[in-house]
Structure formats: C-alpha cells, structure tokens
Design a protein around this ligand. Structure first.
Ligand SMILES: Cc1cc2nc3c(=O)[nH]c(=O)nc-3n(C[C@H](O)[C@H](O)[C@H](O)COP(=O)(O)OP(=O)(O)OC[C@H]3O[C@@H](n4cnc5c(N)ncnc54)[C@H](O)[C@@H]3O)c2cc1C
Length: 382
C-alpha cells in the first residue's frame, strides 16, 4: 500500500493523521450538527503549514505534489469530510492562479493562500449551468482599464468565507462554445459583491455552500487570469487536478466508515458471539476494505499520471473520481448496515459518513459526466 509513497510523504501523512485524530475527530459530529464553518480547523491547518503543502516554494509554499495533497485530504476526510473539503477547496480555488496566473498575480496572492491568511473559492456553477458550462450567464464587460461583472453563481463551496474567488464569466458571447469564457479573481469586499444565501444540506454540513451575487463588480484587468477567452480551458485543466481531490475525500470517507464498522463488529455481541464472527457480516467488511483499497490505488496512480502531464490526464481524473465516489457511497451504506439500527442514529459516525459520501458522486461533475469524459477519451483515442 505504501510502496509508491516517498519517506517524506509517509512522514507528512503520519503528522496529519495525528492532527486529524487528536484535534479534528472530536469536533466532527458537532461541525455536522451545527453546520457552522470550522474556523478553528482553518487555524489548525494554517498553524501546522498544511495549506502550504501544495504551493511552490518560491511563493512561500512547501512544493508538494498532487499526490501529497490528496494524501492529506484523505487523512482528514477519514474523520471529518467537511474539514477535508477545506483543503480540497483551497486547492481548487488556487488552481486557475497556479495554472494560468502571471508572475505578479502569484507573488500577490500565493503567500497569503499558503499561510492560510487567505481562503479562496471556485465559482463556475450557476442555476442554469451545472453539468453544462455553456449555460453560464454571468457577464464580464470591458469598462475603462478593467471589467464590470454581473451575474449570480450557485452552490459555491466556501464562497461566503473566501477572500479570493475565481469567477468564470462570459466575455465574448459571439466567440462560441469553449471560447467565450474568461476567469477573474474577485476579492472579498469589492463593491457589488454579496452572499445572497447559504444552502441547507444533507452532508458536508460545516462547509458553507453559497449563492454569490455580482452586481456591477468592478475588477481591474490585473485580476484576470490567463487570456480573455481562455476561461473554459482553465476550468477544465483545473478539474483535471481537482477531481482527484474529491476522490481523496471519498477514499477517506470510505476508510473511516470501514474502520468504524470493523471496530463495531468486534465488540457487538448477538447470538452469543461478536457479529464480526458471522459470515454475512464478514463478507460486507471484506468488500468494504477491498473496494476502498482499489479506489485508493486508482487515485494514487491517477495523481502520478496527472502530475506527469499525461495526455489522457482528464480520463484518469474522471476515472478516480468516479470509482472513489461510488466506493464511498457503497461502503458507507454497508457500514450503516453492519451497525444495524445503531448505524442509523447520530451516536455513531457512520450515518454522517453516508450523508457526506453522497456529495462525492455529485460535485466537480456528476458520475454521469465522469463517464462521458472517460468514454469520449476512449473513443477519441481509437
Ligand atoms: C454541496 C455542493 C458544493 C458545490 N461546490 C461547488 C463549487 O465550489 N464550485 C462550483 O462551481 N460548483 C460547485 N457545485 C456545483 C456542482 O458541481 C454541480 O451541482 C454539479 O456539477 C451538477 O450540476 P447540477 O447540479 O446543475 O446538475 P445538472 O447538470 O442539472 O444534472 C442533473 C442530472 O442530469 C445528469 N446529466 C446532466 N447532463 C448530462 C449528460 N450530458 N449526460 C448524462 N447525464 C447528464 C446529471 O448527471 C444529473 O444526474 C457544488 C454543488 C454542491 C451540491
């Protein structure tokens, strides 16, 4: 299981595991119940340089790879999927900057993101544009030496907490599909920007999911990332690197649920013996462990291929997200089954894990969209 991990990755994972188990696990049920963004977890990550891992060393980061970041998300998500998502979203919101930002933009923002002083978010989705970004209506129009942004974004993770939001807007409606979008960083406090509401959700309840309104927000041209018209390409390149982070969250949830089910099966006695000695329970545990490990190995392989700029990176990103998301849903459902009625109540963590698992089949492209990406890549390669 650890053969492909470097000594440094193993040590980092151990350190984050300890942090997660000692400091975050005791908070997980409360974060879920109160549905309040855990600022204390943000401070914990900042204090222990966990945010810094993914950023290049020349801007104050620690130069970690995609795999390193996924290992951290996996560890944290084992105990609290909301907290794992904080790391995933910080990476997601930074990716346009890392992939297409200018030197000046990187100098300006990465040190703050790496230290945790700044939080970010990624705003692609709108009410009429979910799976299909061609439905985006948010407009950015040239005005003097900058841009004026008008529109509304829906379902933006951490949008109400972020200092910096990557916003995708139509800049040239005539340019046609895939060439009409541009990407801008909108900063918290810019006049015209507001948070209209937060969603009430099934899972990841400590992560605020915001509706964001841009009402004539004036953004300097220095906040445009990449060329005008390059937004769709930037968004797709971002998803190639952020889908593995969702897969890592899913693997973490699945591992957390497996561990909880095994521990319960060892101590719960029915018919005079621990239920872990009953073959039908053993079969569930065996399937849970096997599926989780298979998802993990696919994720690690995908991370290495994407990091190496493989030409079929999009397919690998989609495959690991698809398989890990379905694994998390199946494994958490079985974990509830192993615990019987106790699995269904909030005294045990598996009901929360089952609710949290569902989102990994939905965001950053639904499982249907992942299948489309995979199949199209296969057909195109023939
Ligand atoms: C909690 C949460 C957090 C989120 N965070 C963010 C975020 O930070 N930033 C952001 O930009 N977005 C975010 N999203 C949005 C998320 O990525 C979208 O919800 C998702 O991409 C699906 O879009 P939709 O909800 O509009 O569903 P739709 O696109 O309307 O899909 C509805 C159904 O139709 C299916 N479908 C659609 N098109 C096809 C097709 N071509 N073939 C087959 N089936 C299809 C879908 O798979 C789905 O089953 C978040 C969503 C949630 C719920």
């Amino acid at each position: 299981m650890t053969s492909r991990l470097t000594q440094e990755q193993l040590e980092l994972r151990e350190a984050v595991r300890e942090l997660a188990r000692e400091r975050i696990a005791p908070r997980a049920a409360e974060i879920d119940q109160n549905a309040v963004f855990p600022r204390d977890v943000v401070e914990l990550f900042a204090r222990h340089d966990v945010f810094a891992l993914i950023y290049p060393t020349e801007y104050g980061g620690l130069g970690g790879t995609l795999l390193t970041n996924c290992l951290m998300i996996e560890e944290v998500s084992q105990v609290c999927a909301t907290s794992g998502l904080i790391l995933a979203v910080q990476a997601l919101g930074s990716l346009p900057l890392l992939l297409a930002g200018s030197e000046e933009q990187k100098q300006r923002w990465i040190p703050g993101l790496a230290s945790g002083a700044l939080l970010d978010a990624f705003a692609l989705t709108e009410a009429g544009a979910g799976s299909d970004p061609a439905g985006i209506r948010t407009r950015a129009v040239r005005e003097g030496d900058g841009w004026r942004i008008d529109g509304t974004k829906r379902f933006i993770s951490q949008g109400s907490e972020a200092d910096l939001i990557a916003v995708f807007a139509v800049t040239d409606p005539e340019a046609g599909r895939h060439r009409d979008l541009s990407c801008f960083y909108v900063e918290r406090g810019m006049p015209g920007f507001s948070v209209a509401r937060l969603e009430h959700k099934m899972g990841i309840r400590g992560s605020p999911t915001a509706e964001l309104v841009f009402d004539g927000v004036r953004v300097p041209d220095a906040n445009r990332v990449g060329e005008a018209g390059e937004g769709f390409r930037i968004a797709m390149r971002t998803l190639n690197r952020s889908r593995p982070a969702v897969a890592a969250q899913a693997v973490g949830i699945a591992q957390g649920a497996t561990d909880a089910a095994v521990a319960y099966a060892r101590q719960r006695v029915q018919f005079g013996k621990p239920i872990g000695e009953l073959q039908m329970v053993q079969a569930m545990l065996a399937d849970m462990a096997t599926r989780t490990e298979a998802a993990r190995q696919l994720l690690y392989e995908a991370c290495e291929r994407i990091e190496a700029d493989a030409p079929d990176a999009a397919r690998w990103a989609a495959m690991c997200k698809l398989f890990a998301g379905d694994t998390a849903m199946a494994v958490t459902t079985d974990a509830v089954q192993v615990l019987g009625g106790y699995g269904y109540i909030s005294e045990y963590p598996v009901e929360r894990m089952m609710r949290d698992a569902k989102i990994t089949q939905l965001y950053e492209g639904t499982q249907q969209i992942q299948r489309l990406v995979i199949a199209r890549a296969l057909i195109a390669a023939q």
